[in-house]
Design a protein around this ligand. Structure first.
Ligand code: 3PG
Ligand code: MG
Length: 398
């Protein structure tokens, strides 16, 4: 795999370099123009700065959210261009399309050492199309904007999308520093995790995490399960879960995982049960076996935090993906905070895998330096741990 350093060594002054970044950042729930966590923008800065300082004409592209293949103002990257400019200390040129007139005029006008951000890639159906020809046609136009391609969008390497998979087949391609660092860390926890190895999983759906649970179960000492997905496991243990999130079709699967795991899957023993999904809802801590029929669990309780923290404290390796509760609402943030703080205290190597968990760490104001590595990729890091081939990485390797 060629790297950004190789490209810099070849000399890029005056050259047009297309950088695929993952600038898919969360926005404030109350003010949709405010970026609530700019971690993904910061993570790609070293690559952009290195190219800029080497005199390249830097064309950055990214997706944001999941628009349906056509322009949708709700998903514009314009606020990201502004933030990126602030962080770079120089305004970033913003093109109001990806392969249209605005993009080509902006590319033509680009000066050495200037940075341009294209509008959301997913405003084009060719970006995510399952049809190779449709994706290829879009990739042809995207590739035509530049002479070199750098992929630093670790969070998107698991997507077989035009900008991730097809463009590198059309341009000399290089892996950015963020992609290299992320892969190094994931290799370390996949190939030779120091034992005891504890994995903490949260988030809403068991079905999203099934493959990674199956892949990790043989390797881990403990798998701690919180978040919305814990209720399907609790149900599989025979508990009633009231109005909590439940994937009924996954109950049997959870029961079989629990029996295979032979005690290594650890579930919450108490939960914060609320009358509604709202910050001002009535809520109480109840035993996990006594969730009232008219309540829903929105966080793990304090006894669970203590139980999970105890398991985490002796670990030499921890991988954590997915919040323990609805951390965005203050009454349901303690579980995620408690587990995150326990992870920062281990005498070992910890990885926070994921967009959401990384955002939770920063939103809750937890000291980032307490973690070994905070990944920018949720789905990407999980698929890496599952042992899958990631299209973006194989494209860089070939
Ligand atoms: C993410 O947020 O996980 C990445 O940006 C990928 O986004 P996607 O899941 O919409 O492809
Ligand atoms: Mg995702």
């Amino acid at each position: 795999m060629k790297t950004l350093d190789d490209l810099l060594g070849e000399g890029v002054a005056g050259r047009r370099v297309l950088v695929r970044a993952d600038l898919n950042v969360p926005f404030d729930k109350k003010d949709a123009t405010v970026i609530s966590d700019d971690g993904r923008i910061r993570a790609v800065l070293p690559t952009l700065i290195a190219l800029r300082d080497a005199g390249a004409r830097v064309i950055v592209c990214s997706h944001l959210g999941r628009p349906k293949g056509a322009p949708d103002p709700k998903y514009t990257l314009a606020p990201v261009a502004t933030r990126l400019g602030e962080l770079l200390g120089n305004p970033v040129v913003f093109a109001s399309d990806t392969i249209g007139e605005s993009a080509s005029a902006s590319v033509d006008a680009l000066q050495d050492g200037q940075v341009l951000l294209l509008e959301n890639l997913r405003f084009n159906e060719g970006e995510t199309s399952k049809d190779d020809a449709v994706r290829g046609a879009f990739a042809d136009k995207l590739a035509a904007l530049a002479e070199y391609y750098v992929d630093d969008a670790f969070g998107a390497v698991h997507r077989k999308h035009a900008s991730v998979y097809d463009v590198p087949a059309r341009l000399p391609h290089y892996a950015g520093g963020l992609v290299l660092r992320e892969v190094d860390v994931l290799k370390r926890v996949t190939e030779s995790p120091e034992q005891p190895y504890v994995v903490v999983l949260g988030g809403s759906k068991v079905s999203d995490k099934l493959a990674v649970i199956q892949a990790l179960l043989p390797k881990v000492d403990k798998l701690l399960v919180g978040g919305g997905m814990c209720f399907t496991f609790l149900k599989a243990q025979g508990h009633e879960v009231g109005k909590s999130l439940l994937e009924a079709e996954m109950i049997d699967t959870c029961a079989s995982l629990l029996s295979q795991a032979d005690g290594r899957i650890v579930l919450p023993v108490d939960v914060v049960a609320a009358s509604a999904f709202a910050a001002d809802a009535d809520h109480d801590v109840v035993d996990a076996s006594e969730i009232p029929a008219d309540r829903l669990g929105l966080d793990i309780g304090p006894k669970s935090v203590a139980l999970f923290s105890e398991a985490i404290s002796s670990a030499k390796t921890v991988f954590w993906n997915g919040p323990m509760g609805v951390f965005e609402l203050a009454p349901f943030a303690a579980g995620t905070r408690g587990v995150a703080e326990a992870i920062t205290k281990i005498d070992g190597f910890s990885v926070v895998g994921g967009g959401d968990s990384a955002a939770a760490v920063r939103t809750l104001g937890i000291d980032e330096s307490g973690f070994g590595h905070i990944s920018t990729g949720g789905g990407a890091s999980l698929e890496y741990l599952e042992g899958k081939t990631l299209p973006g990485l194989s494209a860089l390797e070939s």
